[in-house]
Design a binder for this molecule. Sequence first.
Ligand SMILES: O=C(CO)COP(=O)(O)O
Length: 246
Amino acid sequence: MRRPLVAGNWKMHGSRDSVGTLLNGLMAQSVPETVDVAVCPTYVHLDQAVAACANSVIAVGAQDCWHAEPGAYTGDVAAVMLEELGCEWVILGHSERRSYHAEADALIAAKLQAAAAAGLKPIVCVGETLDQRESGEAEAVVARQLRGSLEGAVGTAGLVIAYEPVWAIGTGLTASPEQAQQMHAFIRKQLQDLGVDAQQTRILYGGSVKPGNAGELFAQDDIDGALVGGAALKAEDFNAIIAAAG
Ligand SMILES: O=C(CO)COP(=O)(O)O
């Protein structure tokens, strides 16, 4: 039995004030004992989140890390620094990093190894664009991303995969529960073929998850939680999604 994980990806949102309000709102509701929860703010809000979550079960994650030891890498943050700060998780290979920063699978694989070596648990994102889905390539694209991004990752402790169809991110379009389940089952099979412990690996769905659709997504056999964007910025909505996973 896999424990559901609900992770909030706050992307490049927030001020000290709004982050404080959001964290207070999350602390106001207890998390069901059966659910893991994480919040992933920007780098500059990580310490604020770690302090606020110190006495709660909510874990903190970063949205990216660099792949090398600390050194001459202007503008980057090393995985070991995130671990030292109190992060438990790190999101890797989000489609916004893949598109705006041209991150390729080999770089994501290197980041994954650095994250694992630092003791962070990686959430590796995969997902096809609308063009790729419409031309029948969705499974081939996701299989390629998994193969490339997970190179050398067999045995990574706490590895989580997030399936985020690019066409469903921030658009209000959600994959139907059946579409998502079909892809999640496909991903689990791919993980097995890659030698990853597929039955133990959590596969999250991401893309316009809201309180109103979370329950039917979580009811699918191979959907083990969610990576939530917009709805994670409102405590009431995020709390409702957490409750739906409980
Ligand atoms: O990209 C996402 C989470 O990583 C999904 O974002 P939305 O929930 O805003 O569609």
